[in-house]
Design a protein around this ligand. Structure first.
Ligand code: SF4
Length: 213
């Protein structure tokens, strides 16, 4: 079992997107992604060899410090965090953030869903990609489904993902469409679809609008 992981950055900020937008969060951005989205805004995270290994203990101590400073949850993101087995990292985070009420900080995971789930996260934001669809088991256990809309094919993909959940799942994730950044076509499509389909909500990248790190 690995005792360290390649890390791009860790920082305490506000969650910018989805259901928990605007809440205090500590982010652990792990390196490595082979999904290859052309519009990716974290391409620097793709090659894990370019990023230092950090011990699981140090990552957990950093999370505990942020928790004391007000972080309501930790977000494990990437890159594609599930390229790594997250069992040990999440175990360590839970150990180091255990409070007097015997509760640990909630662990949120942001993933495209292409790999097997690990770490037993408390909240899964699944952001599947049309060119690299997610595993069905990941699709059926997420709390939040977020699809980036660049064009009408992405909208068709969003409907397909929602139907798969509806027809196979027992849980009902919150459904979000998020327009591609600086993409007028995606913005128009997402807004129009959400206006006509009340099951869906528009996800805003509020951290980019507000220039919050
Ligand atoms: S899955 Fe995420 S990190 Fe990987 S290429 Fe796509 S947007 Fe970038």
């Amino acid at each position: 079992m690995k005792s360290s992981l390649p890390v791009v950055e860790c920082f305490h900020s506000l969650q910018g997107e989805g259901k928990h937008a605007g809440r205090s969060a500590y982010f652990i951005r792990l390196a490595s992604c082979k999904v290859g989205c052309p519009w990716c805004d974290t391409k620097e995270s793709w090659n894990s060899k370019l990023h230092p290994q950090q011990s699981l203990k140090d990552l957990s101590i950093g999370t505990a410090k942020a928790q004391k400073e007000g972080a309501a949850f930790v977000v494990i993101t990437g890159g594609e965090p599930l390229h790594h087995n997250l069992d040990e990292l999440c175990k360590e985070i839970r150990k180091y953030t255990l409070n007097q009420e015997r509760k640990s900080i909630p662990i949120h995971l942001e993933t495209s869903g292409v790999d097997k789930l690990s770490g037993r996260p408390d909240w899964i934001t699944l952001s599947p990609k049309r060119h690299s669809p997610p595993r069905l088991d990941n699709l059926l256990c997420c709390q939040e489904l977020k699809i980036v809309i660049q064009n009408s094919d992405d909208l068709d993909f969003a409907k397909k993902m929602a139907n798969l959940i509806k027809n196979n799942g027992t849980t009902k994730p919150q459904l979000f469409l998020q327009a591609g950044w600086n993409n007028d076509e995606g913005k128009a499509l997402a807004i129009k679809y959400v206006k006509n389909n009340p099951d869906w909500t528009l996800s805003m990248q509020t951290h980019k609008w507000l220039d919050v790190l």
